[in-house]
Ligand binder design. Structure first.
Ligand SMILES: C[S@@+](CC[C@H](N)C(=O)[O-])C[C@H]1O[C@@H](n2cnc3c(N)ncnc32)[C@H](O)[C@@H]1O
Length: 211
């Protein structure tokens, strides 16, 4: 699917054309069903691969992890396999992608993946880490709203790991995040991709309502 088609619609109009890809990383191999109407259905996206290669290993302990914009699930499945004691929340707005992610996690035996729409995550859940190849093409304002919503659900000390293409505005996004109070650092950079580490906002005594 080309970048011009809207893979972030809830019900893709394009007909189904099932396909399969393999997520091959040094430490794991997962077979994933894909389809038309979802992001990068013909191959694992290069940015996603970069994120999974250069991002940190998720914790060995139990944690709440979020894959924001899971698509058919390469990031969610990799996190769940690498951090079996964690719960991985995989969210998307595209129902076809959610169905694929659900069945891909089940086929891989990853019962620690919870696949859901954004609205169905309970309000009291916070995340120790967020991983995302975010939907840059939804537009700057919508992207800022989306990131603000979820970054404010990072637990204290939590970090988000975002992969963004330089030509799609990674550097201005990093500046905006820092200006808004989410300290952002570039973890890695290669072939036009930036991997950003975004720290949870510091909560000041005033924010807590204390004088
Ligand atoms: C760049 S794709 C990444 C997909 C997948 N994680 C991957 O790496 O192949 C971004 C995803 O974000 C989803 N998305 C768009 N708007 C969203 C929203 N408001 N909330 C959650 N996911 C959204 C899109 O449907 C798409 O699947």
């Amino acid at each position: 699917m080309t970048g011009d088609q809207q893979y972030w619609t809830s019900r893709p109009e394009v007909g189904s054309r099932p396909d399969q890809v393999t997520l091959l990383l040094p430490d794991l191999e997962v077979s994933l069903e894909t389809d038309s109407g979802v992001f990068s259905g013909a191959r694992i996206d290069r940015g996603t691969r970069f994120l999974l290669m250069k991002g940190p290993q998720p914790t060995e302990g139990a944690a709440e992890l979020l894959d924001l914009g899971c698509g058919y699930g390469p990031i969610a499945c990799a996190l769940a396999a690498r951090s079996p004691r964690s719960r991985v929340w995989a969210v998307d707005v595209n129902e076809r992608a959610l169905d694929l992610c659900r069945s891909n996690a089940a086929s891989a035996g990853l019962d620690n993946v919870v696949v859901t729409t954004p609205d169905d995550i309970p309000d009291d859940v916070t995340f120790n880490a967020i991983w995302s190849n975010p939907p840059i093409r939804i537009g700057k304002e919508a992207l800022h709203d989306l990131l603000s919503t979820w970054l404010d659900r990072l637990a204290p000390g939590g970090t988000a790991h975002l992969v963004v293409q330089r030509h799609l505005g990674s550097d201005s996004l990093a500046r905006w995040l820092t200006d808004e109070g989410w300290a952002t650092q570039r973890r890695a950079s290669r072939k036009g991709f930036r991997l950003l580490d975004v720290a949870a906002r510091l909560v000041t005594p005033t924010d807590r309502g204390q004088p």
